[in-house]
Structure formats: structure tokens, C-alpha cells
Design a protein around this ligand. Structure first.
Ligand SMILES: [Fe+2]
Length: 287
């Protein structure tokens, strides 16, 4: 019984084959093992969130009333989330090309994976799953300032699409910014350094490593550095960037958009991430 297990779900394969990107969440397909996997992931993260997550994330977990025992229903989450910031989680069948992804953010929609990783591989993630997307990302979307920063990132994608000549470099810069903030960002809070990046918030091992390990270099976020900094996705991050607040994060996105308009992202340093043709095409398709 594969149910809605990552890379093993016939329902998802059928959606992909018929070209459906935005899909429903066929809740009855989750198996007992899928729910059991959610419970184990959620239960072991809880004490680490209390210790390492920023306060707005913890409030988000509470206000969305995430059930520790069962895979969440997106409709239930959206009923609580939408009145707070206008955001909704929207089920997708797989990879969302970059422009479409950012455009969803601009419309306060978060493309959300509905499959869950295998129960015997809790720490191995071949691709995002519902635990990463719902337990890692969505609680942050309850914060109005963070939500506004995501919308502003969506605006950036439209600015990028209007200047197609430098797209490979500009998209690389956007991907790096997203990685070092939304996915792996740290924040200086009243009681110390806390995590707000979803890649960390959904990783049992790395959330602790990010805060405690002497091997991690933690620097105040400087836009100049972030846009030129390569990263690798298949290891604990050796370098993390710290913001002061979500207002600060919003201002940085604003600055990113200004630099984009001024051509300052047109020649960023080469290196990871590789920008896929599919992502470039998604920007070109808008013009
Ligand atoms: Fe993510």
C-alpha cells in the first residue's frame, strides 16, 4: 500500500501524466503508515521547535491547530490561515517552475506537496513533502509581515520577467535569496538566535546543528553576499544568514527588487544553483 507516499503514489503519477499541476488532496488515500509517519515527524520536532524556532512560528503552529497525530487536511488549515493573512495552501502534483511558484506567492497561494516521505526514511528527502511544506513553511504564513515579504518576492518575479535579457543571472540571484531566507534563515530574537527558515524548521537534525554547531558560520544578512553565494542542497548548510526581524526581511526583498531594476543582479557569481531551462521558460512564457 503506497497511499500518498513520496515518489510511490499512483494518484500523483496520474496527475502528472495528465498535466495537472494544481490538484485536490484525496485525503482518503493516506494510509495508516502515512499518518504514523506524520505523527513521528511531528512528535520528535516539537521539543526542537520550542527550543529553536522563532516565536511567530510557534504561534503559527498553535493558531493552525496542527494535529500531531494525522496528516493535515489543507481545507482545515486554510479555514484558519486565510483570515489571518489571506494565504492559502494549494495542493500541487510536483515541481512548480520558478515564475509560476513566485506568482502563486504574489497571489497569496502556497504550492503545497501532499505526499509524505516513507516511514522508514524519516531523514531522507528526495523532494519536498507535506511535512516540509505544511509543518515547515505554512506556520510562517500566519505572520502578516512574513506573508508580505513573500508577496513582495512574487513582485520580484514579475520585475524579472520584464527584463528577459539577464534572466539566468537574475533567477539565480532570486533562488539564492529564497534559499538563505525563506528556507534557511536565522533571526536574532530577544532570547537569542532563532530559526525561521523552513528547511531548518522541518529538519530534526539540522535545526539543532544550525543553532548549536561551531562548524556553522552565521553572518548578518548582506544582500551583496547572498546573491553571489553558491549553496549545495544535499548537506547541512555551513553558512547561514541572520536577519533582525520580518520588517528587515521585507526591506531586503524590497532592496532585491530595486537592485533587479537597476541591473545589479545581471552578472552574479557563477555556481549553484543551476537554473533549469524549465524555470527560465516559465518567465519567458509571461511576455
Ligand atoms: Fe521549502
Amino acid at each position: 500500500m503506497s497511499g500518498l507516499t513520496t515518489t510511490e503514489a499512483p494518484f500523483i503519477e496520474a496527475c502528472q501524466q495528465s498535466g495537472e499541476l494544481f490538484i485536490r488532496q484525496p485525503y482518503d488515500l493516506y494510509t495508516l503508515e502515512n499518518h504514523w509517519t506524520w505523527r513521528r515527524l511531528f512528535t520528535r520536532m516539537k521539543p526542537r521547535w520550542s527550543r529553536y524556532a522563532n516565536p511567530r512560528f510557534l504561534e503559527g503552529i498553535d493558531s493552525l491547530r496542527l494535529d500531531p497525530d494525522r496528516v493535515p487536511r489543507l481545507d482545515d488549515i486554510n479555514r484558519l490561515l486565510h483570515p489571518l493573512t489571506g494565504f492559502r495552501a494549494r495542493a500541487v502534483s510536483g515541481y512548480v517552475p520558478a515564475f509560476r511558484f513566485f506568482d502563486c506567492l504574489r497571489n497569496r497561494e502556497f504550492p503545497t506537496t501532499i505526499t509524505i516521505r516513507r516511514g522508514d526514511r524519516l531523514d531522507y528527502l528526495p523532494e519536498p513533502d507535506i511535512f516540509h511544506d505544511i509543518a515547515g513553511h505554512v506556520p510562517m504564513h500566519t505572520d502578516p509581515r512574513f506573508a508580505d515579504a513573500l508577496v513582495r518576492l512574487g513582485d520580484c518575479a514579475h520585475t524579472a520577467a520584464a527584463r528577459p535579457r539577464a534572466l539566468p543571472s537574475v533567477v539565480k540571484a532570486m533562488a539564492r535569496f529564497f534559499w538563505f531566507t525563506v528556507e534557511f534563515g536565522l533571526m536574532q530574537c530577544a532570547d537569542g538566535l532563532k530559526v525561521y527558515g523552513s528547511g531548518l524548521l522541518s529538519s530534526y537534525g539540522e535545526i539543532e546543528h544550525a543553532i548549536e554547531s561551531p562548524e556553522v558560520q552565521r553572518s548578518p544578512l548582506q544582500l551583496e553576499w547572498v546573491i553571489h553565494q553558491a549553496f549545495e542542497i544535499d548537506r547541512y548548510q555551513p553558512l547561514l544568514f541572520v536577519v533582525e526581524s520580518f520588517e528587515h526581511l521585507f526591506d531586503l526583498v524590497d532592496q532585491l527588487e530595486g537592485w533587479m531594476r537597476d541591473g545589479r543582479l545581471d552578472n552574479v557569481a557563477p555556481g549553484e544553483p543551476e537554473v533549469k531551462q524549465q524555470d527560465l521558460d516559465s518567465f519567458l512564457a509571461t511576455s
